[in-house]
Design a protein around this ligand. Sequence first.
Ligand code: PLP
Length: 433
Amino acid sequence: MTTDDLLARHRAVLPSWMMLYYADPIELVSGSGRRVTDAQGRTYLDFFGGVLTNSIGYDIPEIREAVERQLRTGIVHTSTIYLIRQQVELAEKIARLSGIPDARVFFTNSGTEANEAALLVATNFRRSHQVLAVRNSYHGRSYAAMGVTGNRNWSVSGLNPLQVAWLHSGDRVRGLLSRLPEADRIDAAVEDLREVLATQTAGDVACLIAEPIQGVGGFVAPPDGLFAAWKKVLDEHGILLVSDEVQTGWGRTGEHFWGYQAHGVTPDLLTFAKGVGNGFALAGVVGRADVLDSVSGISFSTFGGNPLSAAAGNAVLDYLRDHDLQANAARVGAILADGLRAAVAGLDRVAEVRGRGLMLGVEFVRPGTTEPDPVLTTRVFEACRAGGLLAGKGGLHGNVLRMGPPLTLTEDEAREGLAILVEAIRSCVAEAV
Ligand code: PLP
């Protein structure tokens, strides 16, 4: 079966809203280190890591061996009604890493489900359906997780099971707060929160869910310290803070292990996914014991924290620690960010190079304005692919090129990818109208 046949069959059987990257979609068949190979034998340097999912790299012996060891036990899946050693060990590690005192961990299979679980326990704990979310956010594609997603492009349902009031994001390029000097944006965001609470809610709000750096939204970072300033107000009302760390966790931002740490405050609940499984379906919510234990019934999860995913998760966390990948993300990310900033300096089609560690975005605009240019972005994205580099796209207007490579990216690979990226930007900008 050719890739074209596969594409035709994909289109015939999967729903129309399941988008594929690239005009000529790619079928990946294998990977090694930071490189992936398609069905035609073309190899690409992967600067997106399956949407920041592949944190360690492809076919890494330590991860493969841990999973193979688990497979050899014959326990591929047994459901969580039995004691699972790998699951308990992983929960202990994540509880400790979370920074939340005496934390509990509930495992799910995707980031969506993790947010769904966080919203479930938060609304139950507070006995309220009202939540606060942030404009330009992405939290997943289930009923409630989509309900707190502030990006119309990704909302496949316009219906919402929750009563949501929307806060401004800390975007520096667009949105109301972008017009303010950096030093004033936290005060303005707090004023916005107080006003939203007073005008759009009855006061008994369950939680505020927010990403420390908006991922799908185009790697938009609120000002450092915003979560702490928000939390002061939230604490006055008993409202919980949920930090969605699906993209920002596991040391990706270099400076910190979690994105929330840039904000100087610990959330009540934290949701995680993507990088902890390095390709295996592993996610969950970690948080305050009184909140997670507040659910009165009994429950279980057929797949959440299953032995195979948990084995992968344990191996990933050990690998991250043993190889100090957070430090690598900071070091190699700085090479990429500095190189990109130097290359685009003076280009009136680039509004900003932003991000932290190995989570970097380039925002493209119409000449000398902040008007988004998704056409140019797509051209650069396709040119990178033609040059052998996979990247991501994002932003409310589809005008942000996103880089989120495995945290094991070497300096040589960073320079190799940077050269492809810079050439793609230069040639596409030169041809752009
Ligand atoms: N939250 C954030 C911040 C995400 O970026 C995503 C996915 O990209 C999700 C939640 C949903 O995760 P999943 O696709 O694993 O359901």
